[in-house]
Design a protein around this ligand. Structure first.
Ligand code: S3P
Length: 168
């Protein structure tokens, strides 16, 4: 079993991922941490020193490696589904779950978050909300290719597990 959690920054992929993995008794992997370990650099360092295009190549390579793992829940980076044919790769090798969260909630969470995210660094609340709307327009068509969609990951862990069992 291989589950990919996808969705915008701040949608709760890691939180749900940890819970799902614990409930199902399988491994949890955070893709950004996986990239950082493999490259001996943090994500912000990769963006700053090598640029976004290089980060996307590293992200693709990590994804290819992760499709070899079994019995795992993978929290992907927010942009991962939207580059190369990453979404097709994930759909071929596992079950994709899109955490579809309202942009205003995302903005509130991202403003409070301590995780450094190069794409939104230094943005005010208003700038962030505008940026989220704009990037979601481009990203949603990719996210919507997911096999499953949930809008309340905080209360839907059991529902997700039930849905996963039905399609496995
Ligand atoms: C990104 C999301 C981040 C990380 C990088 C780029 C994006 O992951 O991969 O900063 O393009 O949306 P999270 O979704 O875990 O914040």
């Amino acid at each position: 079993m291989r589950i990919f959690l996808i969705g915008y920054m701040g949608c709760g992929k890691s939180t749900l991922g940890r819970r799902l993995a614990a409930d199902m008794g399988i491994q949890f992997i955070d893709m950004d941490s996986y990239i950082e370990e493999r490259n001996y650099k943090t994500v912000p360092q990769i963006f700053a020193e090598e640029g976004e295009a290089e980060f996307r190549k590293k992200e693709r390579k990590a994804l290819e490696e992760l499709t070899e793992f079994t019995d795992v829940v993978i929290a992907t980076g927010g942009g991962a589904p939207c580059f190369f044919d990453n979404m097709e790769l994930m759909n071929q090798s596992g079950v994709t779950v899109f955490l579809n969260i309202d942009p205003t909630i995302l903005a509130g969470r991202l403003l409070k978050s301590k995780t450094e995210r190069p794409l939104i660094k230094g943005k005010s609340r208003e700038e962030l909300i505008a940026f989220i709307h704009e990037s979601l327009q481009k990203r949603s068509p990719f996210y919507e290719k997911a096999a499953l969609q949930i809008t309340k990951p905080d209360v839907e862990t059991d529902t997700v597990i039930e849905q996963l069992k039905q399609i496995m």
